[in-house]
Ligand binder design. Structure first.
Ligand SMILES: Nc1nc2c(ncn2[C@@H]2O[C@H](COP(=O)(O)OP(=O)(O)OP(=O)(O)O)[C@@H](O)[C@H]2O)c(=O)[nH]1
Ligand SMILES: [Mg+2]
Length: 322
């Protein structure tokens, strides 16, 4: 297909307009586009998969975007090509995306070697996840060797992002009271590296103490397996660029740990299987709502469900019976 060939050629020379068009194509849920998107992904499958994929999370305002700006510039200076993607669950409801905003990544955005993409606004978290996975593949094919995915720390989206990256960095703050309460237990299971951020000015010493305490507390979780990865707790200031090389090194060490233990292939295999399940779910739901019979009948049934004239289960049965 000519369109696909053109896009593949454009990706090879890292042409920005081709990258943008390729991402739009793989994000599309239109039946006609899905065929072309599948051809594109097949065509580039040989050149993707080697990039370092890192998820970066933390509560709103912890300094994720500022940190990514510093880390990105550091990596570009080291000769890397860096892509930044965002997964923002709030964009699903608000219709706008607040993450990945270039204003907090001004230095990085001005560098030729980077591609920054705000969160897609795709109706559901599953839709946002699907788009981000596909965009990641396109960007890898275009030669971006490091993919950073920003996501806000509200649980669901962190689970989604951990299902598409190799390593997961959590930015935390000192002064969250009990350090372990500040970080939700479930999230700790996803995390590979922790940095106590905003470790600058008057807060530098406090951050170091918090990091030491947190590190000690994590050891209490007792790693039964002596070969298990031990989550390092470091300090950083995205604003002043402090701790960036050390955190990058910790992320590299984690990736090396995955490679040496043979876990990386298994991890990526599982992630592809998960993607397949998500792809099926997204498409089934899309197909369902696009059916003319559903579009015709749904508004009336919604009204009746609201009024309580019909039970939810009976309404679902009627619709799903088509
Ligand atoms: N002191 C200090 N302030 C910082 C640092 N990093 C970010 N800030 C400030 O904290 C605020 C939030 O920074 P962002 O980088 O937008 O934080 P974020 O986590 O991306 O925020 P959301 O995307 O809204 O969740 C801004 O006012 C920044 O200037 C830091 O390392 N030190
Ligand atoms: Mg941000």
């Amino acid at each position: 297909m000519q369109q696909v060939d053109e896009l593949v050629a454009g990706l090879e020379v890292r042409d920005r307009s081709a990258i943008a068009r390729a991402i739009t194509l793989v994000e599309s849920t239109r039946a006609a586009d899905i065929t072309a998107a599948a051809q594109l992904l097949d065509a580039i499958s040989g050149v993707t998969g080697d990039a370092t994929r890192v998820g970066i999370s933390g509560v709103p305002g912890v300094g994720k975007s500022t940190f990514i700006d510093s880390l990105g510039v550091y990596l570009v200076d080291e000769g890397h090509h860096v892509a930044v993607l965002a997964v923002d669950p709030s964009s699903v409801r608000s219709g706008g995306s607040v993450l990945g905003d270039k204003t907090r990544m001004e230095r990085l955005a001005s560098r030729e070697e980077t591609f920054i993409r705000p969160s897609p606004n795709a109706g559901t978290l599953g839709g946002v996840t699907r788009s981000t996975r596909a965009a990641m593949i396109v960007l890898e094919a275009a030669g971006y060797d490091t993919i950073l995915v920003e996501t806000v720390g509200v649980g669901q989206s962190e689970v989604a992002v951990s299902g598409m990256v190799d390593s997961f960095l959590l930015l935390a703050l000192a002064r969250t009271g009990d350090q372990l309460q500040g970080i939700k237990r479930g999230i700790l299971e996803l995390v590979d590296v922790i940095a106590v951020n905003k470790a600058d000015g008057d807060h530098a010493a406090e951050a170091r103490i918090a990091a030491r305490e947190l590190s000690g507390a994590l050891r209490l979780f007792s790693y039964d397996d002596p070969d298990a990865w031990k989550v390092p707790v470091l300090t950083s200031s995205g604003l002043e660029g402090v701790g960036i090389p050390e955190i990058w090194q910790a992320l590299r060490d984690h990736r090396e740990h995955l490679e040496e233990s043979g876990q990386i292939d298994q991890l990526r295999g599982e992630q592809r299987a998960l993607w397949l399940a998500e792809e099926i779910e997204e498409r089934l739901v899309q197909d369902f709502y696009q059916r003319p019979a559903i579009a015709a009948e749904l508004p009336e049934l919604q009204k009746r469900v609201r009024r309580g004239d019909i039970s939810v289960l009976a309404a679902a049965d009627k619709l799903l019976g088509h």
